[in-house]
Ligand binder design. Structure first.
Ligand SMILES: *[C@@H]1O[C@H](CO)[C@@H](O)[C@H](O)[C@H]1NC(C)=O
Ligand SMILES: *[C@@H]1O[C@H](CO)[C@@H](O)[C@H](O)[C@H]1NC(C)=O
Ligand SMILES: *[C@@H]1O[C@H](CO)[C@@H](O)[C@H](O)[C@H]1NC(C)=O
Ligand SMILES: *[C@@H]1O[C@H](CO)[C@@H](O)[C@H](O)[C@H]1NC(C)=O
Ligand SMILES: *[C@@H]1O[C@H](CO)[C@@H](O)[C@H](O)[C@H]1NC(C)=O
Ligand SMILES: *[C@@H]1O[C@H](CO)[C@@H](O)[C@H](O)[C@H]1NC(C)=O
Length: 447
């Protein structure tokens, strides 16, 4: 700065006004020499998101979080979920000398309340709140050291990811808040099951409550509603040796949306309406009782519009007829005639959400006809289906045990269920009977 500047009273006044404005207008970055606390915030460059301390429970609990600037109640990420501060004034957010982002409690000897622990020895030079809502810690070379999108709380945003890094084992899952005033991890988790053909599952403690069904090339098998808002949002599903991930992106010019796992275990897609300044729920699962995981038990089929919700797949009968009559179908169904292993065929169950794929095997390169041949020649195979519904159905999923959580649904696909040939003869008209594939020597493959 030139020396003469400091001597000009008008310029001095002008500069101090500028400084005031600069400190009031939030910055998007935090560097080693800067801290924020109290009511100070970071704002993303375009202003869409803010990071700072916010309060719940009538200002008795304070958390470091990220929220939509236009809708501060829509908190999308929380750092110290389990350890609130008592007051806002005691909270200090800074980069530690080790390069982690930390939240300190100045009221108790700068105790570390929360830390982005995963930082490695190289120092993070800067924490930046991006316009997509991701908080990124980068080193001086610009390499990402830590990011909030890798550690979702109960919300996924446009461009954030759910799934798993198969090399490191890192899991990108959501957990619900415990209550409206309590962001600590509640009972529900939304997690990618990476086995078989990957699916997203909702768990309540140790019990599965909902599954999306596997990705079918277009959407999740059990989520026909997804395609109804494709004009607003595009979907990207990745399954490689390195990772399984699901990402959605708001289309250019579309209103912003968020996906939230609620305290009651629902997954909701909410879209911001800039005209009414409110969120609309576009889509929510579970939709009906057929979305309740395993409601009809193994080999059952759920029909939400049927007079009786649960039925058995053809060739199967209720395992416990007395309970079934009492509308408790969770025991499922059992095969009427054992598979003959060599004299079996397939019954086509049309228009279904595919059964749980956890124990299935997938070969995306096989044709559907080849899939049928493989299933027929493997005595343990109980059903098969196309893994991708595009182009009339390609790829191969084979199931080797119970068929769990199958439901009829809009826009469902064909599931080929293996039955003893004698059962297939009973199909009226035989129109859903797959032509028996030429008999092959059956070898018991090990699973
Ligand atoms: C934001 O922080 C950076 C780094 O500390 C600083 O260079 C810049 O002047 C700040 N901008 C504002 C508007 O405070
Ligand atoms: C919140 O705190 C204020 C002031 O302490 C009190 O008057 C009010 O009743 C409290 N509200 C609730 C819902 O606890
Ligand atoms: C707590 O940390 C702040 C910011 O680094 C510092 O100014 C303050 O002196 C520290 N207080 C104590 C008690 O160490
Ligand atoms: C630490 O970060 C550097 C690059 O910044 C990376 O090469 C190295 O693998 C990281 N170490 C660990 C243990 O993550
Ligand atoms: C429903 O049936 C299953 C097995 O068929 C049984 O274990 C369970 O206790 C029954 N539930 C109720 C509420 O009767
Ligand atoms: C998958 O296989 C395991 C072990 O055989 C079994 O315990 C589990 O019930 C199976 N799950 C499904 C959905 O078939």
């Amino acid at each position: 700065m030139s020396r003469s500047l400091g001597h000009h009273p008008l310029l001095l006044a002008f500069l101090s006004v500028l400084l005031l404005v600069a400190s009031a207008v939030a910055n998007s970055t935090l560097t080693q020499r800067r801290t924020i606390g109290g009511h100070q915030r970071l704002a993303s460059p375009g202003g869409a998101f803010q990071l700072g301390l916010f309060s719940l429970a009538n200002n008795t609990k304070w958390f470091l979080g990220i929220w939509f600037a236009a809708s501060p109640d829509a908190v999308v990420w929380v750092a110290n979920r389990d350890r609130p501060l008592d007051t806002s004034s005691s909270g200090v957010v800074m980069l530690s000398s080790r390069g982690a982002l930390v939240l300190l409690d100045a009221a108790s000897d700068n105790e570390t309340i929360w830390s982005s622990s995963k930082s490695n020895s190289s120092t993070a030079a800067v924490a930046r709140l991006q316009d997509d809502g991701n908080l990124v810690l980068a080193d001086s070379a610009g390499a990402v050291q830590w990011q909030s999108f890798d550690h979702p709380t109960n919300t996924f945003l446009s461009g954030s990811w759910a799934g798993q890094d198969l090399r490191t084992g890192a899991v990108w899952s959501a957990s619900s808040w415990r209550g409206a005033d309590d962001p600590s991890a509640g009972d529900f988790r939304y997690v990618m099951d990476t086995r078989g053909s990957p699916e997203l599952h909702v768990w309540r403690k140790g019990r599965k409550t909902y599954r999306t069904g596997p990705w079918n090339g277009v959407r999740f098998s059990g989520c026909p509603g997804m395609t109804t808002f494709e004009d607003l949002v595009e979907f990207q599903f990745t399954h490689t040796a390195d990772e399984v991930s699901y990402v959605y992106r708001d289309r250019v010019g579309s209103p912003v949306s968020r996906m939230v796992l609620t305290e009651s275990g629902e997954v909701q897609r909410m879209v911001w309406n800039p005209a009414t300044l409110a969120w609309s729920v576009f889509w929510s699962v579970p939709r009906d009782q057929c979305d309740v995981y395993g409601v009809c038990g193994p080999f059952g089929v759920c029909n939400a519009v049927g007079a009786v919700v649960c039925g058995c797949i053809r060739g199967f009968l209720p395992r416990s007829p007395a309970e079934w009559r009492m509308r408790n179908s969770s025991g499922g169904c059992a095969r009427s005639t054992p598979l003959q292993c060599g004299d079996d065929g397939f019954y086509v169950l049309r228009g279904v959400k595919l059964p749980e794929t956890h124990n299935s095997s997938v070969d995306a390169g096989a044709s559907l006809a080849e899939c049928g041949r493989r299933c027929l020649s493997n005595c343990y195979c109980t059903a098969y289906a196309a893994s991708d519904i595009r182009g009339g159905g390609t790829g191969c999923i084979q199931w080797f045990g119970e068929l769990m959580d199958t439901r009829l649904g809009d826009d469902g696909q064909d599931l080929f269920v293996k039955l003893a040939m004698s059962e297939l003869g009973l199909v009226p008209g035989g129109k859903d009977l797959v032509k028996p594939i030429p008999r092959q020597t059956c070898q018991a493959h090990t699973l």
